[in-house]
Design a protein around this ligand. Structure first.
Ligand code: HEC
Length: 111
């Protein structure tokens, strides 16, 4: 009886962590950025065609709208924020759920 209860609690904990919105860790975030094509122009640490994601995180640190602004940006692309050129739109090439996670990951890089 007791062991069944424990298994149930373990499954509930797993479900909970899958649903919570914790940002991806460094390895998972980089893997998703790579899979999504972002690293053709970005890197986490250094500036390439576009700004480093550490720089983006620093720019939005403490900004309560950061998530909304970055999700919009990644979906539609844009220009005029970094004087580095134009970023292409990534929706619908990249799924909304992945864009959500990429935005969370970039924001989580703020030190
Ligand atoms: C073809 C090159 C290219 C690719 C691929 C690319 N970006 Fe960008 N990105 C840029 C450029 C250039 C800028 C800076 C534009 C400017 O000067 O305003 C930028 C800026 C950004 C910013 C900063 C926005 C802000 O508000 O400051 C974020 C966040 C970002 N990119 C995320 C991504 C993500 C996530 C992906 C992958 C889904 C991606 N980028 C793919 C070129 C690219």
């Amino acid at each position: 009886m007791k062991s069944r209860w424990l298994i149930g609690a373990g499954a509930a904990a797993l479900l909970f962590s899958a649903q919570s919105h914790a940002a991806l860790d460094m390895e998972a975030g980089k893997a998703l950025g790579k899979k999504s094509g972002c690293f053709a122009c970005h890197q986490v640490e250094t500036k390439r065609v576009g700004p480093s994601w550490n720089d983006v995180a620093a720019k939005y640190k403490g900004n309560a709208d950061a998530k909304k602004v970055l999700v919009e940006w990644i979906k539609k692309g844009g220009t005029g924020r970094w004087q580095m050129g134009v970023m292409p739109a990534y929706s619908p090439r990249v799924a909304d759920a992945d864009i959500d996670q990429l935005a969370d990951f970039i924001i989580s890089l703020a030190k």
